[in-house]
Design a protein around this ligand. Structure first.
Ligand code: URA
Length: 449
């Protein structure tokens, strides 16, 4: 077999066999096939797509490129949530302890900041001492004791995805539905879970701006997961403005702590509750999303969810004192208020632009090795539909480098669009797709109908 022939076949719209895909993936992981040939293959997939059979085969090959965790000795249901990526999305930090407090095990493998979106691992590592690089033995010890683990992809877990994702990021081949499907599902299936909830985002800060594309991705994810017998629900949600108010690692961790204590922003709390409730439904611990939300609200109001987060931080060797008292955390040296230059209503808060500015302030990496400024970021003071007067603060920007604040101020201001007319209320949750079909969100019933 020859890789050039396989690239040729895919470029011309052919369907690759299991043996052919295995040749490419194992050859790449072993270092026998160079980056430039896999880049060409990825671009061919980007333009030609993959059949359902190819997508499932690629998913299995990527999953089996490393260890597949087996938690079957732990009695109880194991589930996880994965988001396709957004701005201000700190849901995982709240969801893992919340769902664990409700009796479902959450063995969560997360990623780092990528392009304009933040990463759960970086947000957790904003807590001094917090270790996300647990060994397989440590994961096996912690999960039954605490009910959750929050770790990164290691050399043992889906190394094919680790390598291919980095290459996709550098070759403009991220936005391919079969490649996204294989990437997400290979990682999640390697966690050894019984069920999966996917948050598939649509909007300016998401992989796909168009809602229809997000639904298409959701369908492909659910159908491919079904091929492996993994119970999966994909919830399609809005990313037209950042989730919550905080963007940037420590700012987001602090907002997650506030939410676990019952004082977080409404949109962040509601989306977290719905995704978590869907996990309880799949686990058979709630009959409906609305019932699941009620169970989880009690876990927050009773303090059990926050206590579970403290326990998790302790097990990951993080400094619990900053979680108990976030005010003692080091403050960024500089801040800048971004003010409105006109009266009206906020009609748009461009998530992608806000994400890019937050990264430029120091919250992201310009290269894989770059250091993160954990305190850098943005705090939104106004969101879509809020009224503003000239001179009102739209957002606060934070950085340890004053020149970065001034260099990005105009761009941050331009991310807000102010109009005279009040816009329609933005969506938060659109609908769900799973083995029962597609349903739409009904906010009044707090359920999918
Ligand atoms: N998240 C992933 O893990 N992989 C993708 O390809 C896209 C989003």
């Amino acid at each position: 077999m020859n890789q050039v022939d396989l690239i040729h076949k895919k470029r011309d719209g052919g369907e690759l066999t299991e043996n052919e895909l295995a040749f490419l993936i194992s050859g790449y992981v072993a270092g026998d096939i160079p980056d430039y040939q896999i880049s060409a293959f990825l671009m061919a997939v980007y333009f030609q797509g993959m059949t359902s059979r190819e997508t499932a085969t690629l998913t299995a090959l990527m999953r089996d490129s490393g260890v597949v965790l087996d938690h079957s000795h732990i009695p109880g249901f194991k589930a996880d949530k994965h988001s396709t990526g957004g701005v201000g999305d700190k849901v995982s930090l709240i969801l893992a302890p919340l769902v664990a407090a409700a009796g479902v095990y959450v063995p969560m493998i997360s990623g780092r900041a990528l392009a304009h979106t933040g990463g759960t691992l970086d947000k957790l590592e904003a807590i001094p001492g917090f270790r996300t690089n647990l060994s397989l033995e440590e994961i096996a010890r912690q999960l039954p004791e605490v009910g959750a683990v929050l770790v990164g992809q290691t050399a043992d877990l889906t190394p094919a995805d680790k390598k291919i994702y980095a290459l996709r990021d550098a070759t403009a081949t991220v936005n391919s539905i079969p490649l996204i499907t294989a990437s997400i599902l290979s990682k999640k299936m390697a966690e050894g879970i019984d069920a999966l909830v996917l948050d598939v985002k649509a909007g300016s800060g998401a992989i796909f701006n168009e809602k229809e594309k997000a639904w298409e991705l959701a369908r492909m994810l659910v159908n491919t997961a079904a091929h492996f017998g993994l119970r999966t629900s994909a919830i399609v949600t809005a990313m037209d403005q950042p989730l919550g108010n905080a963007i940037g690692n420590w700012l987001e961790t602090k907002e997650a702590i506030d939410t676990l204590r019952g004082t977080g922003p409404k949109d962040l709390l509601e989306l977290t509750l719905v995704l978590s409730a869907q996990m309880l439904v799949l686990a058979g611990k709630a009959g409906s999303v609305s019932e699941g939300c009620a169970i989880l609200e009690e876990k927050i109001s009773s303090g059990q969810a926050f206590d579970k987060f403290l326990e998790l931080v302790k097990w990951h060797e993080g400094d619990v004192s900053v979680v108990q008292n976030p005010d003692i955390y080091p403050q960024p040296k500089h801040s800048l208020a971004i003010k409105s230059e006109t009266d009206g209503y906020v009609a748009k808060v461009d998530s992608r632009e806000i994400g890019i500015v937050s990264m430029a302030l120091g919250a992201g990496r310009s290269s894989v090795e770059a250091e993160i400024d954990y305190t850098a970021g943005i705090c939104l003071k106004r969101k879509i539909c809020d009224s503003v007067k000239t001179g009102d603060t739209l957002a606060m920007a934070y950085s340890n480098h004053t020149e970065l604040l001034h260099a990005n101020a105009t761009r941050l201001q331009a991310a807000f669009k102010i109009e005279i007319e009040k816009p329609t209320t933005p969506g938060l949750i659109y609908g769900v797709i799973n083995s029962a079909g597609e349903k739409h969100w009904n906010a009044e019933k707090r359920d999918f109908v």
